[in-house]
Write a protein of this length. Structure first.
Length: 610
């Protein structure tokens, strides 16, 4: 009997549960990962946690299905297992997870989502912390991720009037392929962190709305699985991280071309992944000190999901390699991550089909400029140096990062971009509402295109011209811009250890009624300068008594917090907004109405009785 044909019992597998002999089960197959423990980018601890057990649930969100078979030699792929004999891994549902599930149940209906910011606000409430940290994190102080969005606010429209805009057409061509909008779904890793179907949500929505999906190298779903899910004739691009082992890269590229991929976007801004500290904190929480000490000098395996999955990327990639790429594929080659006009010019001279002006969503070098700012100088300098006019079919310019409105896309098109990449908003959409969320997000963008192109006086994409925007302040980083209230409500700054401690106490409030009053007191005492969304801040003293509750009062500075220690409604309110932000000033919930004459405001007014 061959090793592959052998079927093990759960008891046999369970005996191999140590560092010296470590077997795991993934999708009904048994693997000997003993020799792989110290090479695992995510560290050995997470594997040892499932030694002798079924690791499928932990494996799926951050690995393509074929990752284990590609990384283990055949002799380590031992065979099948009788799943009926395998001891079930007991997953403890924490108080935090119970609270999260309650928030999922209390989401606003999808019909109330009006823009892409709304998806981010909901995702922040309903995603688990590890997934939220990976999707939302950015480099260092997260200046660039905010600048990516803010830069669009330094560009103003110059609308034209008395133009026939009865019919508006926002379709275009990207690398010669039709798209219903001048945007594409850009590559984002680890889709299954947000939804079990991962990137397949994007594939299906892209087909429905006739937009192009860029498949990421680090997808949770297998590459072939994503391609197989595409509809006949559906156009897909591939984002490529170049492997240190060039033979692996060559095989991947050649396979992608055979599968019908229409464009190869080579990532050039990630010789090393940036310090995404919000993500890194999640990994540090998972590692105990002894494990961290055992791997003292190398931080990779204890620094978050991003670094755990990226150790293969080649930091030696250089301009000379482009000739090699052109020798192994006939797909159009686009450099993704160009951040200055000099490199855009170099890419043009090397025969590339285009560049993506991008700083990796603010996740690499903090204080890198936004793609939209770089676009302005690239158009100017390539026109000056090579006589190019944009948009240009032979050398196409793309932009990504910070896009949340169709007006952002329109501004980029007016400045010379062929199309714009949108990433995080679609992750937030399916993390919040599944495939219907992505469908809704794309429909919102189409509605925005129709309205704003009419108002701008541009019936087609070709009618959107440079004269329609004023970008004279794009390079002035200190210029005052309109306050973006939606963004500030949704953006989450990095949390310190002290706030995490407070957050844990907040979970006690939700699920341990005898400890609730004490926890509220501790929060108030520990964090005097911040308000939490479940407090009502009042300018005057309020007194209210109910048979079942006594009011709690804490005086902060010259204001008063009134928090009714009531029953079910108060607990429900806390469950829904316990992870909310202090920037949403006033929220209150009580079993019975309380006469309050001060102004109040709520994140989701329909959730509460004010």
């Amino acid at each position: 009997m061959s090793a592959q044909a052998k079927v093990y019992s759960g008891k046999e597998v369970a005996q191999h549960n140590t560092r010296e002999s470590c077997w795991i089960i993934v999708h009904g197959k048994v693997y000997d990962v003993t020799e792989f423990l110290d090479d695992h980018p995510g560290g050995s601890k997470i594997i040892l946690k499932y030694a002798g057990k079924d690791a499928t649930a932990e494996y799926d969100p951050i690995h393509p299905p074929d990752a284990i078979t590609k990384n283990l030699p055949p002799e380590k792929q031992l065979g099948g297992v009788d799943l009926d004999t395998v001891e079930k891994v007991v997953i403890k549902i924490t108080d935090e997870e119970k609270a999260r599930q309650e928030r999922v149940n209390q989401r606003p209906p999808l019909s109330e989502i009006l823009n892409l910011h709304d998806f981010e606000a909901i995702a922040r409430q309903v995603m688990n912390e590890k997934a939220w940290a990976y999707y939302s994190s950015a480099a260092d102080d997260e200046i660039t991720v905010r600048e990516n969005h803010a830069a669009y606010h330094r560009i103003w429209f110059r609308p034209r009037i008395l133009r026939n805009v009865t019919k508006v057409d926002w379709s275009t061509k990207i690398l010669g392929h039709s798209s219903s909008m001048p945007l594409y779904i850009t590559a984002t890793a680890l889709g299954k962190l947000g939804h079990p179907d991962g990137e397949l949500n994007l594939t299906r929505a892209a087909a429905k709305h006739s937009v192009i999906q860029m498949i990421p190298t680090l997808a949770s779903c297998a590459f072939d699985e994503i391609v197989d899910a595409a509809q006949p004739g559906q156009v897909q691009f591939l984002q490529l991280y170049v492997n240190k082992e060039r033979k692996i890269t060559q095989q991947f590229v050649e396979h992608a071309e055979k599968r019908g991929i229409k464009g190869l976007f080579i990532t050039v801004d990630a010789p090393q992944l940036g310090r995404r500290e919000k993500d890194m904190r999640q990994k540090f929480e998972a590692e105990e000190p002894d494990e961290m000490n055992r791997n003292n000098e190398k931080a990779d395996r204890s620094q978050g999901a991003a670094r755990a999955i990226s150790s293969f990327i080649d930091p030696g990639l250089c301009w000379d390699d482009l000739k090699w790429f052109k020798s192994i594929t006939t797909m159009p080659l686009i450099l993704k991550g160009v951040q200055c006009w000099e490199d855009a010019l170099e890419a043009y001279d090397h025969g590339m089909a285009g560049v993506v002006l991008s700083n990796h969503g603010g996740r690499q070098l903090d204080f890198a400029r936004s793609g939209i700012e770089v676009l302005v100088e690239v158009v100017e300098k390539l026109g000056e140096k090579r006589g190019l006019k944009f948009p240009n079919e032979k050398f196409q310019l793309f932009v990504d990062g910070g896009v949340r409105r169709a007006t952002d896309v329109i501004k980029a098109v007016a400045l010379g971009a062929t199309a714009v990449g949108v990433g995080r908003p679609f992750l937030y959409a399916f993390s919040s509402y599944g495939p219907e969320g992505v469908d809704k997000a794309l429909q919102i963008l189409q509605d925005e295109f129709e309205m704003n192109m009419r108002l701008l006086g541009a019936p087609t994409i070709k009618d959107i011209t440079r004269e329609m925007v004023d970008a004279s302040c794009i390079h002035t980083h200190l210029v005052a811009v309109p306050d973006d209230r939606l963004f500030h409500q949704n953006y989450e700054s990095i949390e310190g250890a002290r706030l995490k401690e407070i957050k844990a106490k907040m979970q006690v409030i939700l699920h341990d009624r005898p400890s609730r009053d004490k926890a509220i007191s501790q929060i108030a005492e520990t964090n005097r300068n911040n308000s939490y969304v479940f407090f009502l801040w009042l300018k005057r003293s309020v007194t209210h008594q109910t048979p079942s509750a006594q009011p709690l009062s804490f005086v902060f500075k010259n204001e008063q917090i009134f928090c009714c220690n009531c029953t079910k409604a108060f607990d429900a309110a806390l469950a829904k907004v316990s992870l909310g932000k202090g920037s949403a000033e006033y929220i209150f919930c009580a079993d019975t109405p309380i006469p309050v004459t001060c102004a109040s405001k709520c994140i989701y007014p329909h959730h509460f009785s004010l």
